[in-house]
Structure formats: C-alpha cells, structure tokens
Design a protein around this ligand. Sequence first.
Ligand code: KIV
Ligand code: ZN
Length: 508
Amino acid sequence: MDNRVYIFDTTLRDGEQVPGCQLNTIEKIEVAKVLEQLGVDVIEAGFPISSPGDFKSVVEISKAVTWPTICALTRAVEKDIDVAAESLKYAKRGRIHTGIGTSPYHIISKLNSNPEEILERAVAAVKYAKRYVEDVEFYAEDAGRSDNVYLARVVEAVIKAGATVVNIPDTTGYCLPSEFGEKIKFLFENVPNIHKAIVSTHCHNDLGMATANTIAGVMNGARQVEVTINGIGERAGNTSLEEVVMILRSHKELDLHTNINTKNIYKTSKLISSLMNMPVQPNKAIVGRNAFAHSSGIHQDGVLKNRENYEIIDPVEVGINESSIVLTARSGRAALNHHLDMLGVKLDKEKLDDVYQDFLLLADKKKDIKEDDLLVLVGERGIGERRIKLDFLQVVTGKNLIPMATLRLDIAGEKFTATESGNGPVDAAIKAVKAIIHRKVTLQEFLIQAINKGSDDIGKVHMQVEHENNIFNGFGANTDIITASVEAFLDAINKIGNSEHATDVKSN
Ligand code: KIV
Ligand code: ZN
C-alpha cells in the first residue's frame, strides 16, 4: 500500500463554520495561498450552495491557487452539485465532495428515510457529480455511528458509481480509536473494490480523540486525512493538521509521509488564529505558546545538555525559532547564561553569579523574564561598551511650551553638542541626536513599557530603526523615559556602526 498520506484541509469549510470565525473572500484567498505554501493536497474551499459569499470564495480561491485540488462541499442534492460545479469552473483540479448520512440517527430521524433509499441517493449523487468532474469524493455522514455492514455496502456502491475518495467521518466525535481503526479495517476487508478509491478520515474532537482516531484510521489503511489548522471546527473542533503531520513525521516506524513543509506550520497557525479571532490554547500540542517551553531548572539543564532529553520535536522543524528555555524564578545559571549568550552577552563566572542574584530578585517579582529585562540587568552592571554614548541631556517641556532638548554625545572620546525642538520631548531629543550623527536612519517602531507598576518605575524603550534597508533594534531603560528613548536610539545606531565601521559624525 502507498505510504503517502494526503492532507485535505477543511479550515475554510468545517473550520470556518465556527461562530465568530467567518472570513471574507480576501482573507480566504490569503489563507488558501498560505495553505498552498504549507503543501496541503486538497483545500476544501466552501459549501457553495450555502451562501453567495461561499460560492464567490470557491470561485476566487480556484483562480488564486495552483497546486492543491480545490474541493466544494454539497449535500446529495442535484442543485447543490450544479452550484458546486459552477463554483469550481476555474479550478486547475476540482473535486466535488458530496454525501449523505448513513447512521440510524441520520437515516431515520434526520432524513426521515430508510437504508435502501439512502443508498440509492448516495449512488445517484456520485453519478450526478461525475457528469461535471472526474474527482468525486463521497462522505458517509456520521459513519462513526453507522453500522459497519451497511457502511460497507454504501462504500462499495459509491465506488462503483465512480467515487475516487470515500470519506468516513466520525461526525459526532464519538468513536474510540480502536473502534474507528476497526471500522476502517472492516471496510478494507469487506469492500471488494476498496482499492479503487482512497479512504479518508474526517474526525471531530468532541471527546478529545480526533487525532487519535485519525491516526488509527491511517494505521488501518486510510490515506487521506481531513484536518484543520489549530484543530478549529464545529463544536470541539476537527482533527488538527499539525498534530497528525508531526505524529507521522515523529513515528518513523509507521513509514508514512505527507507533503507538508513543516517549517511553515507555526506561521500558518498564527495567521489562522489572528484572522479567525481564535486564540490557540497555550498548552496546545505543536503550536501552543508552551508547547516547547521548558521552565523548571532540571528540565532546562537537561535540554541545554541535549535537547532530546526533554524534546521529541525540534521546534525549528515547525518554524519556531525562539528559545524554548523560559526564564522564571526556577531557572538556573545555565538557562540564564544561554539567554545572555543568545543576546551576544558573554560573562565570566563571577559576573554571571552577580547577574544571577539580581535575576532571582527580579524573577520573584515578574512571572517571566524577557530579553529586555536581562539587558536591563546586565546594563545596570555596566556591561557592554558603546562607541557613541549619551553624556548629557536636558529637556525643557510642559504645557504650552515648545519642547526643546539639548544633548551632548561622547563619540569615541570626543564630545558633540546639539539643541533641537520637536513635537514632544522625545522627538526633540532624537532630532538633536540626528543633528550630530551622520547616518540616515528612519525610526520604524517605538515602544515604551514599564517594568513594574509604580510611578518610580523603570521605563523600557524598544526602537527599531531602518538604515539602508537594514533593520537595527535598540533598547534603553531608565527611570526617565526620555533618557531611555535616547539610549534606545543610540543602541540601534551603535549597532549600525558595529556593522559597517562608517564615520558616525556629520562632516560639516
Ligand atoms: O463532520 C462531517 O461529517 C462533515 C461532512 C460534511 C464531511 O463535515
Ligand atoms: Zn465535519
């Protein structure tokens, strides 16, 4: 049997059914393009008969996307299939996904019908869809609670009618993994023409078993999995794409692979979460904020010795490049040193001990310590020599006054002074720096934050400046936020100096 597992993404159909997660067509196109870069095989782009918006989205996604198959959902109803076919007319590869309920609940209490009539309708829908497209997928809704013998009859009949893919949804998320795996196995053993189609899983997470059920399906022969990014979807959601992909990748003994470019997983997850206003729970496998975060000293030490001591996946594989070592009051010197190292700060043992003591005091006050906090800690200890230093700063500001700043810079031992006015005191001070410094820089980002809560608190300033198409980050901290801002600006400017060794001062 083929060891390729096809990824059918239904974020834009089942995922988008979640209340409050609706996207407009432009956003759907953006998502579809990102899914294409991720490497999904099929994008279920919508349920075209359900609304003009869904119809338009399928049309536009079909135009915008090249490689993945574009799939449109229908009921086993001719009008639905006509509209789906129309919506797919620009798709390079189009698929109609039609189907009907096969469980006693659906046959009797939803459709008010009987098993023979449902079987006929299933076959008729597939044959009708085949008039438009070669690629027809059939779903047996609520297959999870359907009788296996009856399900096998339906599957055999729809494959005979031309279905290229048969989808076995656990619509209500009820099955146990062993039960779902058995169901797929039963189909392989009891449907004579099963090898003429691809068997697909479509699991919901009502009992938290969607991923386990999907994997059970794959282990028993299914070769397409229907999934969503971040596991979003009706009620408790669908199977999450990132979980299935990383399970298959981690368990090499299964010898199954997908076409997913795993390095795009994290950014795709972030995009979906922000466009759909659906935060990802911090402990969500693979993409949650804490999925790779180590906070206890013992774990941190173990990870720093060998990542695999506590990690089964390298976060870089899913596109997470940040350190997984979180600094908290439980962190040891090894973790602190690791972070300082990443910031380019090298300390000898004695200095590291001193900074560690300050770090513990701060960590008792703050839940988690960020890089800027560390820079404050090492900065307060006078670590890190700068070529351009602030020597003096005086600012005059107030209501109905034009803010004026006079400052003196020490550039490699020489002193330069300038006075400028500005829209505010920070603007005046930055203009005074620019009056002395030669380089053409543009301020891109300016962020002020307090470390703690009191009015006597230290203000932290982050600046991002652009110089000749390169971005330089600067950081400053002081109880006076204007001084902190100038320090942040100079920090960035010093980094430019470090990178190109050009002259710092204006020539005139
Ligand atoms: O959960 C389900 O059964 C579905 C079908 C429409 C495929 O979403
Ligand atoms: Zn579903």
